[in-house]
Design a binder for this molecule. Structure first.
Ligand code: PLP
Length: 470
């Protein structure tokens, strides 16, 4: 049999590409030479190896050490990414039918949890910064208002930092949520590294969040799929959490992932903090060099935008004027062997970690300088991004499970959507299951299609159909 995946991965490995994307180990060994131990350490529950689902031995000890490092009451290693840990957390802090406050631009796993747990969401919308074409923070006063309007909300779920590294005022949010006696869950998937430097935004565990999720693999040197769930307060029922952990976790959790969580933390406690400080110095230098180039702008904040409380400098968000972010991403990948974490219509995002080297930054700076001189400036349309707030006609889970039919978009006005429609940018759902498709929403879809924006959720070969409830 041919081995197309193996062949491609080996080819990429030989190209020695520069990684500004996940996983945070960037293809390098940390405390151990993984190649020497794999596949022997890919083991199972034996005498002495403990059991992630009911830990009493070495895994329990390792998780307790992790809890000490992060300052949590308890830490659990996840083997199905933050996605799995978010499922566990949300089913722990709610019961079916509960109301929760979520950010409209929360990750898919939070939406999935709404469906799985049959929850009723109330949405809080982030600010859209028109000057920089970016979603920035959540206004704490919007959370306060939502909690006053809906006193039966059980928990508030915040993403911090967001995918672009932008941090809302988590300290103000924590005070509001706890003053109202609610639970604060923070999807800190992009912030496992915050704990290890005081030059970075404060970690939400330090602020007093009740339950916090980390994608270890995104910003620490750990394997893809590794995550951590931290409990920050006594408001979380640990027996229920253990039960939900078992509900959502495979009965054969990978020891590579369990160990990789442990090694990543041990590395950070060993030489990782120093490396992180060095990394931040490299980033600061890179920002300075790039911001001195004509046409190049690295986003470092906007003093007029008070929804931005802080910015995670481990993420370099930049644009080259006259080139779309998606094209810039392609050029960097094809011509310079540099892979970014993501790109949208305007920006490219380089996700760094302690494993990036001085040379990586030098190559990035040289490539951006070369591109900004070599690639002609095109006219980039200013997109008119609007945050529509559709009417909710049916609960998201009812709509998701309802009988549906597929119809042409042009016939969908007035109907209730059975799925998500998400234009990129902004990557925030225009419509979720149970919301009514109006003329404005239809027009917005047409506008996005005309401007060749990617739209997730449209159906059919020509992407001109949509699912609606029968
Ligand atoms: C904000 C946020 N939360 C959760 C996740 C899910 O993380 P994972 O890929 O580790 O399952 C992601 C993934 O990109 C994310 O961006």
């Amino acid at each position: 049999m041919e081995t197309p995946v193996l062949d491609t991965l080996i080819k990429l490995m030989k190209e020695d590409r520069i990684s500004f994307h996940t996983p945070g180990h960037k293809g390098k060994d940390t405390l151990i030479e993984w190649g020497r131990y794999i596949p022997h350490i890919d083991t199972t529950e034996l005498e002495g190896t403990d059991n992630l689902l009911e830990p009493t031995g070495i895994i329990k000890k390792s998780q307790e050490m992790a809890a000490q490092v992060f300052g949590s009451k308890a830490t659990y290693y996840g083997v199905n990414g933050s996605t799995g840990s978010i499922y566990i957390a949300m089913s722990t802090i709610t019961n079916p039918g509960d109301k929760v406050l979520v950010e409209r631009n929360c990750h898919k796993s939070v939406y999935n949890s709404l469906i799985l747990n049959r929850l009723e969401p109330v949405y809080v919308y982030p600010n859209y910064n028109k000057k920089y074409n970016l979603f920035t923070g959540i206004r704490p006063k919007d959370i306060e208002e939502a909690l006053k309007d809906h006193p039966d909300i059980k928990a508030v779920i915040i993403t911090y930092p967001n995918y672009y590294g932008i941090c809302s005022d988590i300290e103000a949010i924590e005070k509001i949520v706890h003053r109202h006696g609610k639970i604060l869950m923070v999807d800190e998937a992009h912030g496992s590294h915050l704990n290890f430097s005081n030059k970075l935004p404060i970690s939400s565990l330090k602020v007093g969040a009740d339950i916090v999720i980390h994608s270890t693999h995104k910003t620490l040197p750990s394997f893809t799929q590794t995550s951590m769930l931290h409990v920050g307060s006594d408001r979380i029922d640990l027996d229920k959490l253990r039960d939900r952990f078992n509900l959502y976790t495979t009965t054969s959790p990978s020891y590579l992932f369990i160990l990789s969580n442990e090694i990543a933390i041990a590395y950070m406690m060993d030489k990782g903090r120093e490396d992180l400080d060095r990394n931040i110095r490299e980033i600061d230098r890179t920002i300075e060099l790039m911001n001195n180039m004509a046409r190049v702008h690295v986003f470092t904040g906007d003093s007029e935008d008070n929804t931005i409380a802080d910015i995670d400098r481990a993420k370099l968000l930049f644009r080259v004027h006259g080139i779309t972010g998606t094209r810039l991403n392609r050029i960097l990948s094809n011509d310079y062997g540099i892979d970014l974490e993501m790109a949208d219509y305007y920006y490219g995002l380089a996700l760094t970690s302690v494993m990036n080297t001085k040379e990586d930054y030098r190559e990035l700076v040289n490539a951006i300088e070369d591109i900004s001189q070599r690639i002609k400036e095109e006219r980039i349309r200013e997109l008119n991004i609007d945050l529509l707030r559709p009417d909710v006609c049916k609960n998201i889970y009812e709509a998701y499970y309802a009988e549906r039919e597929i119809i042409d978009i042009k016939d969908s006005i007035g109907r209730i959507s059975s799925g998500f429609i998400i234009p990129y940018p902004p990557g925030i759902p225009l419509i979720v299951p149970g919301e009514r498709i109006t003329l404005r929403i239809y027009d917005y879809i047409q506008y996005a299609l005309e401007n060749k924006l990617e739209i997730l959720g449209l159906i059919g070969y020509n992407k001109d159909q949509i699912g609606v409830i029968k």
